[in-house]
Design a protein around this ligand. Structure first.
Ligand code: ADP
Length: 295
């Protein structure tokens, strides 16, 4: 069993501009897939960079298997695979050359490096594309190359920052399945602002808003919070604008008898509304709304 315990203890981060991007955040993580959700600007990438040892917390500390990652970053780095948000590839190289280059940078060489490159290409379903120039790859294929490079050192901690941005629905789905297959005994941290990216795969969820952690738990416990707060009823199309004005509308669906609206709200919003079972998307919307009201 791989050793993978990541503990974030009361971490805050302030940019040199004076902007506080993370405040007082604590998280205790072990093997599994953590879906890190939050709207744009919530502080997810900043946290990912801290966890990848590319930035140091302003206050608080992070430990990897008990070792402080600020004073001893190498302890985590040897176990880390990281796919940053702005991962770029050299379009003139083919997939095998590119990964061979990165393997050498990571200290792998010779036959072992080439074998590892081929293994990683196979893991991400690109074995048959190994000799193709990366310039010809689709966005989804490039992201898979990004995962392959993150896997070169067989990491026990895999950090993937907003990996599905710019991918079409089919590529997104493929990418989600890939991460689920890869998890095993690793700790995978996947940040996204799209709930469906983590819906099927995450064993736990963390939600950030305005630099704070506003939830950490299982998807089921997030769903439970929204129980009794999701409502549906049918309205005339002329009423929709007023309803949007008054309530948080998660979805609206045109039907022969009008528009079926789905709303998250503390109490029953309308005499005709029925309470419905929350989806994870509803629960996330409910949580962010409740958090915003609280702060
Ligand atoms: P997310 O990944 O959730 O979209 P970020 O971590 O990128 O959030 O950003 C968190 C906050 O920090 C945002 O308000 C953003 O504008 C700010 N921020 C990000 N990078 C910098 C920077 N280099 N200097 C100053 N503020 C920054």
């Amino acid at each position: 069993m791989l050793d993978c315990r990541l503990a974030v203890d009361d971490v805050s981060f302030r940019y040199s501009s004076g902007h506080t991007a993370i405040s007082g955040l604590s998280l205790d993580l072990g093997p599994g897939i953590l879906g890190l959700l939050g709207p744009n600007g919530a502080g997810k990438s900043t946290l990912m960079r801290i966890l990848a040892t590319l930035a140091k917390p302003s206050t608080g500390r992070v430990t990897w298997n008990g070792e402080d990652i600020s004073s001893n970053p190498d302890h985590l780095r040897v176990a880390l695979g990281y796919l940053p948000q702005d991962f770029g590839v050299y379009g003139a190289l083919d997939a095998r050359e590119f990964l061979g280059f990165l393997a050498a940078v990571k200290g792998l060489s010779g036959r072992a490096a080439q074998e590892r490159v081929d293994t990683c290409l196979a893991m991400v379903g690109l074995a048959d594309q190994a000799g193709r120039r990366l310039g010809e790859f689709s966005g989804g294929m490039r992201q898979r190359v990004g995962i392959a490079q993150a896997l070169l050192n067989d990491p026990s901690l895999l950090i993937v920052d907003e990996p599905t941005v710019g991918l079409d629905p089919e590529e997104r789905m493929r990418f989600r399945h890939l991460l689920t297959d890869l998890a095993g005994q690793r700790l995978v941290i996947l940040s996204t602002h799209i709930v469906s990216d983590v819906e099927a795969s995450a064993t736990s969820l963390a939600v950030m808003a305005s630099g704070r952690l506003c939830f950490h738990g299982t998807p089921e416990s997030l769903l439970a919070r929204a129980d009794g707060h999701v409502w549906e009823w049918t309205v005339d199309s002329g009423q929709l604008a007023a309803i949007r004005e008054k309530f948080v509308v998660c979805a609206s669906l045109r039907r022969p008898d009008g528009i079926r609206v789905r709303v998250v709200n503390e109490d029953c919003p309308d005499a005709g509304a029925q309470s419905v079972t929350p989806t994870l998307e509803d629960a996330y919307t409910w949580l962010l709304g409740a958090d915003a009201r609280e702060h």
